[in-house]
Design a protein around this ligand. Sequence first.
Ligand SMILES: NC(=O)c1ccc[n+]([C@@H]2O[C@H](COP(=O)([O-])OP(=O)(O)OC[C@H]3O[C@@H](n4cnc5c(N)ncnc54)[C@H](O)[C@@H]3O)[C@@H](O)[C@H]2O)c1
Length: 272
Amino acid sequence: MNAIRLDGKVAFITGGANGIGEGAAMNIARYGGDIAIADNDAKNGERVAAAVRALGRKAIYIPTDVMHTEQIDSAVKQTATHFGRLDILVNNAGGSRRVSFLEQSERSWRKHIDLNFISMLTATQAAAGAMISAGNGGTIINIASSEALRAAPGYAVYAACKAGMVSFTKSMSLELANHDIHVHALAPDMIKTPGLSPYFDLASAEMNAARDRYIPLARLGSTDEIGNVIVFLASGMASYLNGLTIPVDGGALASSGWTRSPTTGEWNLYHG
Ligand SMILES: NC(=O)c1ccc[n+]([C@@H]2O[C@H](COP(=O)([O-])OP(=O)(O)OC[C@H]3O[C@@H](n4cnc5c(N)ncnc54)[C@H](O)[C@@H]3O)[C@@H](O)[C@H]2O)c1
């Protein structure tokens, strides 16, 4: 019954100050874990750390720009020193802006790669080293995207980075298995976060109708619904799982080209 608990475990979460990272922090803490938030948003990083402490868990906010590998390295070291161990890494900081690839500058695509891919490499190497030193095994969870598993016009470089995360997840699940470090990826579709709102008017009828056409559960996901899956994967309940990519998407990957008629509710491969 207690296998789901994370008591005594320490989680390092990039981008933990808002959105999915905040959901990860709060849910890991609810199940007993202590939290290090590595983010460049100090106000919200401190806010989430205080909310975790209000649950009776320990938390630190470490100002970190994940575009700078030395800052990630240093934040991981600070976490391991502060708590004396490291058990869970959530590679979550990331994002994109819509841009046609033909118009995208080299500077922009390098920034996408640094933010969405290189940051994961750096944090993984640093955190896996700390987990191995502590000798307790561990769990690494990479927040990819449904865009890793399908086309994403206007987000081509972002999607390629996320697909790279999925591939890296599989390789690491083998390389780190001897140390009992399990590595997984999540592929969320539309999750209600501050990061999503600049792109979509989440309250518009048009947006809701478009969403309901392809997401079987016909709603956005919440950050708690991602956090729940993270807790499960980091817990003893998932002790025989490794190398998975889990779509946490209300069934969107399954619908894959099928859309629901707004008038009849019937699913079809195309609408005339
Ligand atoms: N929201 C969704 O629908 C959705 C869907 C699929 C994948 N994702 C992925 O989930 C992750 C989190 O997305 P979100 O929607 O919660 O985003 P968000 O914008 O709400 O939160 C992102 C967090 O990362 C931090 N961050 C951004 N750049 C940083 C940097 N350079 N250094 C340190 N911290 C930085 C921000 O301060 C913020 O706290 C991203 O990797 C995103 O690609 C989100």
